[in-house]
Design a protein around this ligand. Structure first.
Ligand code: AMP
Length: 192
């Protein structure tokens, strides 16, 4: 299965991704996690992206696309993957399309978790207290929401037009949302 999980910051992508990935025996690949790990280890990539992330802005497309291509080239991603947090711009969509087309592969589905924006802001403020993420201050959270609305929400329409989009209500308990996701994805697995 080649899957993408999308949703505004705080919609629950990172919470849901590992169980979906385990279920299908594919790696969950989170660009945010890759960047955060590099920031923590102070790698050249980490030093480049630290300020961008702290401001809640997007890392440049070419850099992000290269990171993802390198990750998708690894052995464990050959039979499938779940991308979490990528693509986030139409440019990244094009790069992923090209990457897959060159290998004769295609996406199976794009999962979109929908949650009301104010509920998301409250979730993120709570997470900020628990995890102490540098990009979880209220101002940065609101900025990240705006960036998402402007740059990333158009991708939803694009994938819907291609018949790949599966929208799942992301409101509620983690287990409840998981159940909805697996119910929605079982149709995709059967159709393959
Ligand atoms: P996330 O954990 O997915 O919310 O990502 C945290 C931060 O990493 C984002 O706010 C961006 O600064 C950066 N980031 C993650 N994925 C991407 C991407 N696909 N394109 C650009 N920046 C990204």
């Amino acid at each position: 299965m080649r899957l993408i999980i999308m949703g505004a910051p705080g919609a629950g992508k990172g919470t849901q991704a590992p169980s979906i990935a385990t279920h299908y025996g594919i790696p969950a690949i989170s660009t945010g996690d890759i960047f955060r790990a590099n920031v923590k280890q102070k790698t050249p990539l980490g030093l480049k992206v630290e300020a961008i992330m702290a401001a809640g802005d997007y890392v440049p497309d070419e850099l992000t696309e290269q990171i993802v291509a390198d990750r998708l080239d690894q052995d464990d991603a050959q039979s499938g993957f779940l991308l979490d947090g990528f693509p986030r711009t139409l440019h990244q969509v094009g790069a992923l399309d090209d990457y897959l087309a060159e290998r004769g592969h295609q996406l199976d589905a794009v999962l979109s978790l929908t949650v009301d924006t104010e509920a998301l802001i409250q979730r993120l403020l709570k997470r900020a207290q628990i995890e102490g993420r540098a990009d979880d201050s209220e101002e940065t959270i609101r900025h990240r929401m705006d960036v998402y609305q402007q740059d990333t929400s158009p991708l939803i329409d694009d994938y819907r037009d291609r018949g790949l989009l599966i929208e799942v209500d992301g409101d509620g308990q983690i287990a409840e949302v998981s159940e909805r996701i697996f119910a929605a994805l079982s149709g995709v697995a059967d159709a393959r």
